[in-house]
Design a binder for this molecule. Structure first.
Ligand code: SAM
Length: 188
């Protein structure tokens, strides 16, 4: 694989394709326009289930429309609540995915924040299967700013290495803050 035509989202989807199997339970912690949710629903098949969270009713409706249009809505439960509360709704998951930033073609003032996304990653790790994973596509700079990027990377850096493996991939010499792809796995 060459990295020339890659970006964080492509790396993320390729990782899902390698790891997700029919019948799995996934959480999309940032439903947005439902593009990721549709990919996840395809990969987990009819026997799988997706729980998708977003705080914006507009995003939940977009996701509902996209999944319904693709005939995938029966594989998903859409929840208009913060991802920090995911453990209140989902007892266990094989994968939890985050695509941090703001709603595409939406209000750039309503983006993800470290105050919610760090507790959400903690919640994700608390419900994760032993061989499960968390992925994070981290957008920063521009309208997203740097606060969530700085706080989240600091948090991940101090995660106990005996319990978790954290991989951070970034296009180091590309300009304009290219998004970062992160994987967290439990050591087992
Ligand atoms: N995965 C989406 C897609 O495929 O279209 C893109 C997600 S977008 C970059 C980030 C989303 O996170 C926005 O829709 C925003 O409303 C949502 N968000 C912001 N804070 C949140 C929170 N505390 N809990 C859940 N979603 C949140």
């Amino acid at each position: 694989m060459t990295y020339f035509d890659q970006n964080a989202l492509k790396l993320c989807h390729a990782f899902w394709r390698r790891r997700l199997r029919p019948g799995m339970t996934c959480v999309d912690a940032t439903a947005g326009r439902g593009r990721d949710a549709a990919v996840l629903c395809e990969l987990i098949g009819e026997a799988g289930h997706l729980f998708a969270f977003d705080i914006q009713p507009e995003a939940i409706e977009s996701t509902r429309e996209r999944l319904a249009g693709a005939g995938l809505l029966d594989r998903a439960t859409l929840i208009c609540a913060s991802h920090s509360r995911m453990a209140d709704y989902v007892p266990a998951a094989d994968a939890v995915v985050f695509n941090l930033g703001y709603l595409p073609h939406g209000d750039h003032a309503i983006g993800t924040t470290a105050a919610e996304s760090i507790p959400a990653v903690e919640a994700a790790l608390s419900i994760l299967a032993e061989d499960g994973f968390v992925t994070i596509c981290l957008y920063y700079g521009g309208d997203s700013g740097y606060a969530e990027h700085d706080a989240l990377l600091s948090y991940l850096w101090q995660l106990d290495a005996r319990q978790y493996t954290v991989m951070v991939q970034q296009f180091f010499n590309r300009p304009n803050c290219p998004p970062i792809f992160i994987v967290i796995e439990k050591n087992w």
